[in-house]
Design a binder for this molecule. Structure first.
Ligand code: BGC
Length: 247
């Protein structure tokens, strides 16, 4: 059975697992460590080594995909909303390859989640434009047209009140401001209505930490586009990164 390893680096946690590529499912436990304070490159690399060794896969030669919460262009990270500014303009893919002593596939975290849901989840066989958003520390987005990824869309950085909209309506904003599901959903309504108007998608898929509780907020949203939870919930990034590594 074809397998690959996925690592999903987030603003709050670093998650990893062994993935069965035929079914797009986790073949191992899902390992998680907190993202090191400040998320500087060398600390993040150490944490990635730690999750791989916990999985017993530090010396494995299976394909390895690493998903990261920033714009990723030709192996370089070009932004850093919820990680150290050291990542801006940084040769991140090479840094991980040197540090881990092996080749990796390196992608944006939301794009990885979008690939997982398109190949093996809620957007499987979806026609037209699927927009996946991850609601977590920030807001990530992936655009897939008939299953083909348009990378680095960054909808969490739509501008609202002089700042990125993710500051106001990511899941972390709900936790930070102690919002009720209703109050948070009203913010999400503004976000999704605007995105719907801009791009006329055919399907919204919602992933990220909060996709564990879709019943608390998805029914509160009024949109013309179907909106569903990611089937792989918070493991989509791991599965997508592994899947891309095996391409
Ligand atoms: C980053 C994105 C990332 C998202 C979710 C945003 O702040 O700019 O690249 O996908 O957070 O982690």
């Amino acid at each position: 059975m074809a397998k690959a390893i996925g690592v999903d680096i987030g603003g709050t946690g670093i998650k990893a697992g062994l993935v069965d590529l035929a079914h797009g499912t986790l073949e191992s436990d899902r390992i998680r460590v907190p993202t090191p304070q400040g998320a500087a490159p060398s600390d993040v690399l150490d944490a990635v080594k730690q999750v791989l060794s916990t999985l017993g896969l530090e010396d494995s030669d299976l394909p390895l995909g690493v998903a990261f919460p920033a714009i990723v262009k030709r192996g370089r990270t070009l932004s850093a909303a919820n990680v150290s500014k050291d990542w801006i303009g940084f040769e991140a893919e090479k840094f991980f390859e040197d540090g881990l002593g092996r080749q990796i596939a390196f992608v944006n975290d939301a794009d990885a989640a979008g690939i997982a849901e398109s190949r093996h989840g809620a957007a499987r066989d979806a026609q037209g434009l699927t927009i996946l958003t991850t609601l977590g520390t920030g807001i990530g987005s992936a655009f897939l047209y008939d299953g083909v990824l348009l990378p680095n869309t960054e909808l969490g950085h739509l501008w609202r009140d002089h700042e990125s909209i993710e500051k106001w309506c990511a899941y972390s904003a709900m936790e930070r401001e102690n919002l009720s599901w209703e109050d948070w959903s009203a913010r999400l309504q503004e976000f999704y209505s605007h995105v719907e108007f801009l791009f006329s998608p055919d399907l919204f898929v919602v992933g990220g930490g909060v996709s564990k509780h879709p019943e608390k907020f998805l029914p509160l949203l009024e949109l013309n586009t179907p909106i569903v939870a990611a089937i792989h919930r918070n493991s989509s990034g791991i599965i997508g990164a592994a899947s891309l590594a095996a391409d």
